[in-house]
Ligand binder design. Structure first.
Ligand code: NAD
Ligand code: IPM
Ligand code: MN
Length: 358
């Protein structure tokens, strides 16, 4: 019998801290599912990050985006080092890739898997199943501004949020398209602060209403971000797809992660839905210097991010099988890292996922 093998080139940037520990685990899982999906992954490893910065004076080479552009997808661990200011590391590596490759939709699912305890009282597995869709190229992260009287006593800093009709419209539309596919409550909640921020967020609300009119079969809701934070805790089961600006989506996706058990389970996809550029898959968490190097970081956020990458590459069957194997390990409850109340190592958790895939 003839089979047709698809080959994919994957840029791998493990990055800093626990990024170096979780990415090898995600690659073990990818290597295990590849043959059954008739796929082969060719990894291009890039040693960019804080160590690179300490040697070269920059987080990645000047032609980094040119090196990444031809790949089918990017898998990233984490960026951030206790000895280097975060605005240097993040503006030197992670954020330029998101922006440079127009990865405007940052998709962050939050599922309370059976067997995982939520810090919220009385929440059963399956009761929380939401997706935070975060605008990922502009808004509060536009990096427009500057210093006046730099480092003088009367210093002034200006940091301007930039909201464009195009930028809002495309991410809101992506959120509605997810709501149509997601199989959940078929609802999109838009989150702003238009009572206080009367320009950008007002444009957001208006644009949301305009796009919503194209999706009459999807229920809509608009919340102010303060009330939304409260409602993530009070009635998390009422959310399906949530769409928010760059900063609000950042904050709310740590909240959606913890109410579903741990940031160690939170996966994300930085998507260019137009597929002009490669998309990037990474755990929501950072380099976690407080636990790095001890072999106890939860690898599941990185593994679930790899599963999102499989979906994006058209290998949905393989993506689903990885998610099912992760869910089974969580449901069984025997093998888990300390963030989920267990005593297992990073490697043991991956071993359990690999065993479940067999
Ligand atoms: P963090 O996500 O690294 O850690 C927050 C807390 O969660 C820590 O207590 C950590 O031990 C725990 N944690 C995180 N991931 C875990 C996992 N997989 N398993 C178990 N526990 C886990 O956030 P932070 O401490 O605010 O930031 C640390 C550094 O990472 C900073 O330099 C920050 O700028 C950077 N950061 C990078 C990214 C990214 O690369 N995408 C995301 C967030 C933060
Ligand atoms: C995330 C992170 C980044 C962000 C930081 C590290 C710049 O917190 O991916 O959630 O705010 O986008
Ligand atoms: Mn964040």
């Amino acid at each position: 019998m003839l089979t047709f093998m698809s080959e994919f080139s994957i840029a791998v940037i493990a990055g800093d801290g626990v990024g170096q520990e979780v990415i090898p685990e995600a690659l073990r899982v990818l290597d295990q599912v590849a043959p059954r999906a008739d796929a082969a992954f060719r990894y291009l490893h890039f040693d960019w990050g804080a160590e690179y910065y300490l040697r070269q004076g920059r987080m990645m080479p000047a032609d980094a985006l040119d090196l990444l552009r031809p790949v089918d997808a990017i898998l990233l661990g984490a960026v951030g080092h206790p000895d280097i200011p975060d605005h240097i590391t993040l503006n030197g590596l992670l954020l330029p890739i998101r922006r440079g490759f127009d990865q405007y939709a940052n998709v962050r699912p939050a599922v309370l898997y059976p067997g995982v305890a939520s810090p919220l009282a009385g929440r059963e597995g399956g009761s929380i199943d939401m997706v935070v869709v975060r605008e990922n190229t502009e808004g509060e992260y536009a990096q427009v501004g500057g210093f006046l009287y730099h480092h003088q006593p009367d210093e002034v800093a200006i940091q301007t949020a930039v909201f464009t009709r195009r930028g809002i419209e495309r991410v809101v539309r992506h959120a509605f398209e997810i709501a149509q596919r997601h199989g959940g409550r078929r609802k999109v909640t838009s989150i702003t602060k238009s009572n206080a921020q009367g320009f950008g967020m007002v444009l957001w609300d208006r644009t949301f209403a305009k796009v919503a009119a194209e999706f009459r079969d999807i229920e809509t809701e608009s919340l102010l971000v303060d009330a939304a934070a409260m409602n993530f805790v009070r009635r998390p089961e009422s959310f399906d797809v949530v769409v928010a600006s760059n900063l609000f989506g950042d904050i709310l996706s740590d909240l959606s992660a913890i109410i579903t058990g741990s940031i160690g389970l939170a996966a994300s996809a930085n998507l260019d839905p137009s597929r002009r550029y490669p998309s990037m898959f990474e755990p929501v968490h950072g380099s976690a210097p407080d636990i790095a190097g001890r072999g106890i970081v939860n690898p599941l956020a990185a593994i679930l991010s790899a599963s999102m990458m499989l979906d994006h590459l058209g290998l949905e069957g393989a993506g689903r099988s990885v998610e099912r194997a992760v869910a089974a390990v969580l449901a069984e409850g025997k093998v888990r890292t300390p963030d989920l109340g267990g005593t297992s190592s990073t490697r043991e958790v991956t071993d359990a996922v690999l065993a479940g895939l067999n």
